[in-house]
Design a binder for this molecule. Structure first.
Ligand code: IPM
Ligand code: MG
Length: 356
């Protein structure tokens, strides 16, 4: 198959990790007889430097026309002084909205070979960590009106959180369908004891659940969920929640696996074109030093093959190569606590390529 992939290398360690993911994709293409064409789409701080805006129209168009989008990471302290409407993150938010990517899937899985890097008590970790955060991605407070005004001699800032029923319903369906392929349990996270948006969220999710009688539905307040994730993560299978709660809980969930550098994510809407990226950020402190762990991005490429290109065998090949590489003891700095030999970003990529 021929596929066009828009490539957003981004800032910080972005270009390094994306380079390794492309190495792996090329190895897959060669082995399985596909051809992947890469089209560069500058976004983030580098686009601000080059074009004055975080997401130039030409990049957006490249992403919209592609079969799928691969992203490294955007942002960094260099662009902190940018006005809020022109920050690197704005490019990402605009891209998500323009592509209609309402579902963000972030697996929190502890790799058995890396159990020693898990920061939780060993009796908790021993029960296993394998759940998925399904985060609503283009609604809620992220996309409500934002304003800062002067009132009675001081500044006042307002951010509106809003949800419509259809915005909740479509992401709820994704969560239930995913649960059907897993352990058939959905935990819907909200703050229905305080927020109207959460009460609507809970009502719609409960309605959608009627269509999935084979899936168990639990509701949990977000503060409790934050606690339960560290108290007993084994209770979660699919956790579905709104945009801001999902942003926060998915960082927490990734950290307890002990390997934030290893976790991929997908963002999808109605079509097959999706956005795939590692869940970690641009790590400016180690940028350009060939130290970053490319596995999150490489596993994001595997997700792309599985979900956007319907290439499950090829995706398996990547995931298997990653597992084998870890088994043979190769480690980047972020996962070195679990023992093994320290390798560079490019070496990690090559080790994985050699096992495709
Ligand atoms: C994420 C990031 C983004 C978000 C930022 C960079 C806008 O934290 O993908 O989780 O808040 O969605
Ligand atoms: Mg985040």
């Amino acid at each position: 198959m021929n596929k066009t992939i828009a490539v957003i290398r981004g800032d910080g360690i972005g270009p390094e990790i994306v380079g390794e993911a492309i190495k792996v994709l090329d190895a897959v293409a060669a082995k399985f007889g596909h051809s992947f064409t890469y089209q560069e789409a500058p976004m983030g701080g580098c686009a601000i430097d080059q074009f004055g805006v975080p997401l130039p129209d030409s990049s957006l168009e490249t992403c919209l026309k592609a079969d799928s989008v691969l992203l490294g990471a955007v942002g960094g302290p260099k662009w902190d002084a940018q006005p809020s409407a022109n920050r690197p993150e704005r490019g990402l938010l605009k891209l998500r909205a323009s592509m209609g990517l309402y579902t963000n899937v972030r697996p929190a899985r502890m790799f058995q070979d890396l159990a020693a890097a898990c920061p939780l008590r060993s009796d908790i970790a021993a029960k296993g960590i394998d759940f998925v955060v399904v985060r609503e991605l283009i609604g809620g407070v992220y996309f409500g009106d934002h304003s800062t005004t002067d009132e009675n001699g001081e500044k006042k800032a307002v951010d509106i959180m809003s949800y419509t029923e259809h915005e909740v319903r479509r992401v709820a369906h994704v969560a239930f369908q995913m649960a059907r392929k897993r352990r058939r349990r959905v935990t819907s996270v909200d703050k229905a004891n305080v927020l109207d948006t959460s009460r609507l969220w809970r009502k719609v999710v409960t309605e959608v659940a009627q269509e999935y009688p084979d899936v168990e539905l639990l509701h949990m307040y977000v503060d409790n969920a934050a606690m339960q994730i560290v108290r007993d993560p084994s209770q979660f299978d699919v956790l579905v929640t709104e945009n801001l709660f999902g942003d926060i809980l998915s960082d927490e969930a990734s950290q307890i696996t002990g390997s934030i550098g290893m976790i991929p994510s997908s963002s999808m809407g109605e079509g097959t074109n999706g956005l795939y990226e590692p869940i970690h950020g641009s790590a400016p402190d180690i940028a350009g030093q060939n130290k970053a762990n490319p596995i999150g991005t490489i596993l994001a490429a595997a997700m792309m093959l599985r979900y956007s290109f319907d290439m499950p065998t090829e995706a398996d090949a990547i995931e298997h190569a990653v597992d084998e590489t870890l088994k043979s003891g190769h480690r980047c700095g972020d996962i070195l606590q679990s023992g093994g030999t320290l390798v560079t970003c490019t070496e990690m990529g090559s080790q994985i390529v050699s096992r495709i």
